[in-house]
Design a protein around this ligand. Structure first.
Ligand code: SAH
Length: 500
């Protein structure tokens, strides 16, 4: 009968953090296997040392390469694959002979560990048990003595080997994080923390629970001193005092104008997600604020959608008193939304010293276009049909100009309960220049529960089918509608244009 394979998690370093099951598995094993570099030392073996007996057969699985330089024809990956296959074959010889094999793994065997390469090659053929271990993530939090994730906070685990941009986006968007595999990646991880605005809260833990353990603020760590066995930690921010007073000495906060995208969190950018999380105050139209999850300690100032100037001024006043304010719009905050109102109010001398930044969001036109195909693939114009802030004559003139220039049109604010005639009038104006069968995308509540995207002809465009949550995309003379094999119609506008 074949022997049994164990993947034994040994915890983060302190031997007293091994589980009873790990000790049992080692005691019952005939063969103790572990990975090591060419020097033959193994952290895993040193953790388990007190439980390894002279009668245990020790099987060293020595990596051919530890850096990514290799003369193997398949490169680094090729060398590693060959090594794992050969190592698994060596363990299989013991298992076939009826010997029980314990593969030692620092931390947890299935968490970024080498054991999993043996597991994938052997577990389908041999009786296998994985003994979970305390990971460096838990060990680091315990040594820091700070909560890691509380309530609905999201904890993100990141390998430091990711590209800097990817790290930055993930760090900006998450509540708590642990970055593994530091060492040579440290300068990049530090830059990503800084770019994500998270460096001040970032902690550093080296060799958690091992000899030579070191804790520090990440910003204070000398890059040359960072070993592989270290992690960066962004602890939980729940219940933490929100920094209302900025550290610039003047007590001024800031206003960040954000857009939540056209619908749910799928179209919220990581940058905006992060800005919403770090704000002390949220200011905006209640409908948009309702899209932002409630956070303890964060104040929400909802209003209706008419009082833009007051809302902007209120946000600036809060910021002038040291609050970190996020002004929340739907879609993109610069498209018929709050960014202009905030910058207009901020132009007053009183607010010249208050920092204002605008973060981009996914606007309704782009979301609707993507649903319908690619109607905005060529030149297009964006017009709001609302005559609340500009006279209808101006709107009609712009529609005429865009239509005569054969531009595709994205029409925001086409109508509401009180504005019902604008779509009919717009259709009349457009028909002066556009054929009756011009495709129009009527997109309602894109990305939301009530999403409905239809393709109609300009002549059939029915104003009663349009409401506050609708955007219209009117094709040019070149815009095509094609029925696909699945019966769905798609709309696209070619990128070329014939010579006139
Ligand atoms: N800042 C927003 C636009 C605000 S004007 C943005 O960038 O999208 C409000 C208009 O946007 C609505 O009347 C409608 O025309 C359009 N709109 C916003 N979200 C939408 C959605 N999910 N589906 C369709 N239209 C939407």
């Amino acid at each position: 009968m074949s022997g049994k394979l164990y993947g034994v998690g040994l915890g983060p370093g302190d031997p007293s953090l091994m589980t009873l099951r790990a000790v049992e598995a080692i005691a019952g094993a005939d063969v103790i296997a572990y990975h090591s570099a060419r020097h033959g030392r193994s952290i895993a073996r040193s953790i388990a040392a007190a439980h390894i007996r002279p009668d245990h057969v020790e099987e060293l699985l020595v990596y051919p390469v530890t850096t990514e330089i290799s003369d193997h024809p398949g490169g680094y990956q090729g060398a590693m694959d060959e090594f794992y296959t050969e190592a698994a074959a060596r363990l299989a010889v013991h298992l076939d002979a009826g010997r029980t094999v314990a593969v030692l793994a620092e931390g947890d065997p299935l968490f970024y560990g080498s054991y999993m390469h043996m597991h994938k090659r052997l577990a389908d053929r041999y009786d296998t048990e994985v003994v979970p271990g305390v990971t460096s993530v838990s060990a680091a939090a315990a040594r820091l003595g700070t909560p890691l994730a509380e309530g609905e906070e999201v904890l993100t685990i990141l390998p430091g080997t990711l590209p800097e941009e990817e790290l930055t986006a993930r760090l900006a968007a998450t509540d708590a994080a642990v970055v593994m595999k530091l060492g040579r990646t440290f300068p990049k991880v530090r830059r990503a923390m800084e770019r994500a605005g998270r460096l001040p809260e970032a902690r550093y833990v080296e060799r958690a629970t091992m000899a030579g353990e070191r804790l520090a603020g990440l910003a204070d760590v000398d890059a040359d001193s960072v070993p592989y066995f270290s992690v960066a930690v962004l602890p939980s921010r729940a219940g933490r005092e929100r920094p209302e007073r900025a550290t610039d000495g003047h007590g001024v906060g800031q206003v960040t104008v954000v857009g939540t995208g056209p619908a749910g969190p799928l179209w919220l950018t990581p940058e905006t997600r992060g800005a919403l999380a770090e704000a002390s105050d949220l200011v905006g139209y209640t409908t948009y604020l309702d899209r932002v999850p409630v956070r303890a300690g964060q104040r929400r100032h909802g209003s209706d959608n008419r009082v833009e100037a007051e809302r902007a001024e209120f946000a600036l006043q809060l910021a002038a008193r040291g609050h970190r304010v996020a002004v929340v719009s739907g879609g993109d905050p610069g498209v018929f939304a709050m960014a202009t109102a905030v910058l207009e109010a901020a132009s007053a001398a009183d607010y010249a010293h208050v920092p204002v930044r605008v973060l981009p969001g996914v606007t309704a036109a782009n979301a609707a276009a993507a649903r319908a195909g690619a109607p905005l693939g060529h030149d297009y114009a964006v017009v709001s049909l609302s005559d609340r802030l500009k006279p209808w004559e101006v709107i009609a003139e712009r529609l005429r100009a865009a239509a005569s220039a054969d531009l595709v049109l994205a029409l925001y604010n086409p109508g509401s309960r009180s504005r019902t005639w604008q779509v009919g009038k717009a259709r009349e104006v457009l028909m002066e220049h556009r054929a009756p069968d011009t495709p129009v995308v009527v997109a309602r509540d894109v990305g939301g529960a009530g999403e409905e995207v239809r393709i109609v002809r300009l002549a059939e465009l029915d104003p009663s089918e349009v409401d506050m949550r609708t955007i219209l995309l009117v094709g040019s003379s070149r815009t095509q509608v094609v029925r696909r094999g699945d019966g769905q119609e798609v709309v696209w506008t070619p990128r070329d244009y014939p010579e006139g």
